[in-house]
Design a protein around this ligand. Structure first.
Ligand SMILES: Cc1ncc(COP(=O)(O)O)c(C=O)c1O
Length: 450
């Protein structure tokens, strides 16, 4: 994210005026509440964040990561089913109550007279969301297309490039399968060449990942694709360095940021990529079916949209959004998700995610039967960790955890990674993590019941 919101006590940008305001003022303005109205907002997620903020004192993000009083308020801002323990937040996240309420409100309004309310009123309001997303990511609003998810964003990036027969696109063999399939389809249709390379989990350093990319670049490489955070192990890639190495060789740099936006704090503008796609229903807690594609300004005109536009080579970012009639409610409620996220503060949000992840990863990794595929070094990972247990099939373990304990994790089976991927979120309680750890330790002691 842009350096705008960095740490406890830092200031937040006011979307309307563009001035810096305190986090509490920001929340009050965003919710449009004065003291009286605030009292009647008690169950609202924004009010929860305000209450939490009062208990935060002047603590740093890392100190606050342990403060259960603060995070208890945040947990209650989500109406999730506590009879199950959801440790698969890497797939898709629940939205907070305030986001769900906003989405319902917007949908009701659309439904009153759709042809007018959707096209004449709500579509115009999406421009505010574009501005706010651009501000948090760190780019110009005219470089920000709102999409339905990271997949759509990345397909626009990958299919819209002019490539000739024999041109190479380089990526890792742990990039997201859909993006790899997209490039395989271009191999079949256009005769391009997809080049992938492996890397070890966890990598010895971030520099190793830069070197792996650079050593596979050839004179025919026209584009590189990298995940900012990988799907299999939650590995953070040094995207800035890789994009720099690519662009100084005249190679297009494309970043799949599906997991990064809302999980870790970064300045999107400083990455220096040509394209950056993400989902907002993963770590931003936005409604399901939201994402964005950032396109560097000087790449917009030449890039083909996925669905034909009247002027495909127009220099207008909105040409990538011409997908026919689709709901505005999801997109508009992204504004509430941003307010909620900025209200907590991106640095606090990131520190809490890492704290919760460390709680299970450090405990379970103490056993020499556990193999951690994810480095716990803060620069290499955040909310996710993937671990394998010697002698235990990960799919059987995941199935057992769900059937017996109602704990949801993801099974990862890749040539180089076999384990369960565990991803808590800010609404997860430490007790829920402990229940999961107890269950795994019992399996290590007694094996899986047959
Ligand atoms: C690295 C990566 N890219 C893209 C995606 C696709 O995200 P979505 O299904 O929200 O489009 C995922 C989903 O997990 C992912 O992990």
């Amino acid at each position: 994210m842009s350096g705008a919101v960095q740490d406890v006590g830092d200031r937040c940008y006011d979307a309307a005026g563009g001035v810096n305001v305190g986090r509490r003022d920001f929340l009050m303005r965003a919710a449009g509440v004065g003291a009286f109205a605030y009292a009647s907002f008690r169950d609202d997620a924004i009010a929860r964040v305000l209450a939490a903020d009062r208990s935060a004192g002047g603590k740093s993000a890392t100190e606050l990561a342990h403060n259960e009083r603060y995070w208890g308020q945040i947990q209650r801002a989500f109406a999730v089913d506590r009879s199950v323990i959801n440790l698969n937040n890497g797939g898709v996240n629940p939205a907070s109550r305030v986001v769900m309420d906003a989405m319902r409100r917007h949908l009701e309004f659309t439904n009153q007279i759709p042809a007018r309310n959707l096209w004449k009123i709500q579509d115009k309001q999406v421009e505010t969301v574009r501005q706010r997303l651009a501000r948090v990511f760190g780019c110009d609003p005219e470089e920000m297309a709102i999409t339905r998810n990271a997949s759509e964003a990345m397909e626009i990036a990958l299919y819209g490039l002019d490539l000739e027969r024999g041109d190479e696109v380089l990526t890792t063999d742990q990039d997201y399968p859909r993006m790899i399939n997209t490039l395989k389809q271009r191999e079949l249709r256009d005769g391009i060449v997809l080049k992938t390379f492996p890397f070890v989990n966890p990598p010895p350093s971030l520099g190793y990942l830069v070197d792996r990319f650079v050593e596979h670049i050839t004179p025919r490489t026209k584009a590189v694709l990298m995940s900012h955070i990988t799907t299999y192990t939650g590995q953070v890639f040094p995207v800035r360095e890789i994009c720099h190495a690519a662009r100084e060789r005249g190679i297009t740099a494309i970043v799949d940021g599906a997991h990064a936006f809302g999980q870790i704090v970064f300045d999107g503008g400083a990455i220096g990529c040509d394209f950056y796609g993400t989902s907002l229903h993963k770590w931003l807690h936005a409604p399901i079916g939201t994402g964005f594609l950032h396109v560097r300004r000087d790449r917009i005109a030449d890039h083909w949209p996925l669905m034909a536009a009247a002027e495909p080579k127009k220099n207008d970012i909105r040409k990538f959004e011409e997908i026919g009639t689709h709901p505005a409610a999801n997109r508009l409620a992204v504004a509430e998700a941003l307010t909620f996220y900025e209200g907590i503060g991106p640095a606090r949000h990131e520190a809490r995610l890492r704290h919760l992840r460390d709680r299970f990863a450090e405990r379970l990794a103490a056993s020499d039967r556990v193999r951690l595929y994810t480095s716990l070094a803060p620069e290499q990972s955040c909310a996710l960790a993937t671990l394998g247990i010697d002698g235990v099939d990960p799919a059987d373990l995941a199935e057992y955890l769900w059937r017996k304990h109602r704990v949801l994790v993801t099974t990862i089976k890749h040539e180089r990674v076999e384990g369960i991927r565990v991803s808590p979120n800010v609404y997860t309680t430490p007790t829920e993590i402990d229940v999961f750890c107890d269950a795994v330790e019992r399996v290590m002691e007694h094996g899986l019941p047959s």
